[in-house]
Design a protein around this ligand. Sequence first.
Ligand code: BG6
Length: 255
Amino acid sequence: TFINEISKFRVLESQIKDKLQLEHVIVIPGNSDAHETVKEQLGKACVQYLSSILSAEQTVAITGGTTMSEVANMMTPLAHAKNCTFVPARGGLGEQVENQANTICAEMAKKANGKYRMLYVPDPLSEESYQTIKEEPAIKEIVELIHDAAVVIHGIGDAVTMAERRKASSTVMRKIKDKHAVSEAFGYYLDKNGEVVHKVRTVGLQLDDLKNANKVITVAGGKSKTQAILSFFKQAKSDVLITDEAAANQLLKGD
Ligand code: BG6
């Protein structure tokens, strides 16, 4: 029955909450690997959650990716959170335009009736350019905004999938494979124990900075992301996980 279905999801949510030590978990039906509409529902759930916690004038830092793009797609005016600012969590990262955090945060801001700021950094950056760029006043200003963000919303990817999508060099690809990276988030590639295997050099939020945000919201679903999700939570601090049934069931089996 419908009631049984609902309580099945509430049970899944509370089991994951306990297992990953989170403040809040939302599980939506289906498997986003198999159906695009499930990813839309992840986006919708994220927008609903965001509108319940966000207050006026706050800054929201977001990452890129197809999941975050669905969050933007489902964004609505945020009635209780006027004048919020959306910023990309990190620069560049080598994504195609439609998957870039800059693009997604502009769309989110427009739909939420908020503001946005962009972070223009070429990618990949040499060590030398990185040192210079991060001292540029215009970059410094936006990086400060990013660091002060009250809310961070981000995706998690499978390591090899993300490295391929970003056209990582053969050296980086070898490192990721040899050191068995399974997840990627914020440009960090992590192994199954959550150890950093490789990190993309760019400005913006570092994993360590996540503890400064009031609320970190992770949005990741699909059975194929199970290992990636588990690995991320071994390293990083997040408060909320929004995922789908397929990933949720697998998460409870894995370690
Ligand atoms: C990227 C984020 O753009 O999207 C990554 O910067 C994340 O940290 C990835 O791993 C997830 O992508 P998708 O398309 O699976 O939502």
